[in-house]
Design a binder for this molecule. Structure first.
Ligand code: C2E
Ligand code: MG
Ligand code: MG
Ligand code: MG
Length: 277
């Protein structure tokens, strides 16, 4: 065991930090090649209508097949890509791929579904973001009604008014916007007063506790009732066990997403019918 005193500690500490730093730099370099070397793939996770046996939409989630480290989690590389600005090219690739995939998929289906795409705040506040969205729509021929963009309240941090304008414009283009990770920020409820979004996605940290805590369950039911009063659709993330799904249905939640139904998976492996649990 290390002796925690004097110069040695400082030495180990700085060694540790510099190791972390160089690992980060390396990862950033490798990320640069990842797009061109086709190491990125979009996985899809089904989102079920709470009262049907069917998938109503799918969320696209990026995966990086790293040449030596295997699968690297987006929780690790998205923040890096945001710091370096690489998220813009990556995010555009994701959007185009998702629009392409949903268009092809809906050609083979009698009942169309929509695709939800996560948009980084860094990507969202680019001056040409809307232009890029229009170009990708034209290129892929995606129906705007089949496209949903997931943002978090942090898009408001840089320029609140412009962010709201952008959401309004997307709305007028027929594209729906969802507020992701709802319940994790500080003032999510207050934002609902003026954000022109269509959906909220209740964060899985919140869903996790509903079976154990009467208070959490009561808050959840309250949030859903309020959202409905505001004509918002509610999705619950991270549904892992049947009792959570049951409580969410009792609270009138509209859509359910989680490992109970399916993990994110490659496009070819997607199924569309689930026995409701
Ligand atoms: P998110 O948008 O909130 O996505 C939901 C995350 O919860 C996904 O993690 C999903 O795999 C995970 N999840 C879904 N159901 C369950 C469950 O029942 N249990 C548990 N434990 N987890 C569940 P993932 O794929 O690792 O993505 C993490 C985050 O990375 C996403 O959170 C999103 O913020 C970001 N991300 C992923 N793909 C993209 C992308 O294409 N662009 C951007 N900008 N961000 C992305
Ligand atoms: Mg999301
Ligand atoms: Mg989320
Ligand atoms: Mg999240």
């Amino acid at each position: 065991q290390a002796k925690l005193n004097g110069r040695n500690t400082a030495h180990w500490f700085s060694q540790d930090i510099s190791k972390q730093l160089s690992a980060k730099l390396l990862l950033r370099q490798e990320l640069h090649d990842a797009l061109e070397k086709q190491q990125l793939e979009l996985y899809y996770q089904p989102i079920l209508c709470a009262n049907q046996q069917t998938v109503c939409s799918i969320e696209s989630l990026i995966r990086w097949h790293h040449p030596t480290r295997g699968m690297v989690s987006p929780a690790e590389f998205i923040p890096l890509a945001e710091e370096s600005g690489q998220i813009v090219a990556m995010g555009n690739w994701v959007l185009e791929q998702a629009c392409h995939d949903i268009t092809q998929m809906n050609k083979q289906r009698s009942k169309a579904i929509s695709v939800a795409v996560n948009i980084s705040p860094v990507q969202f506040i680019q001056p040409n973001f809307l232009q890029t969205v229009r170009e990708i729509m034209q290129k892929t021929g995606v129906e705007p009604a089949h496209l949903e963009l997931e943002i978090t309240e942090s898009v408001l941090m840089a320029d609140e008014e412009r962010a709201i304008d952008t959401i309004h414009t997307l709305d007028s283009m027929g594209i729906k916007v969802s507020l992701d990770d709802f319940g994790t920020g500080y003032s999510s409820l207050a934002y609902l007063r003026f954000l022109p979004v269509h959906k909220i996605k209740i964060d899985r940290s919140f869903v996790r506790e509903i079976a154990n805590s009467k208070r959490d369950n009561a808050i959840l039911a309250g949030i859903i009732a309020l959202a409905h009063q505001l004509d918002l659709t509610v999705v619950a993330e991270g549904v892992e066990v049947p009792v959570q799904a049951q409580l969410l249905r009792e609270a009138d939640c509209d859509l359910l997403q989680g490992f109970l139904y399916a993990k994110p998976q490659p496009l070819a492996q997607l199924r569309f019918d689930y026995y409701q649990r």
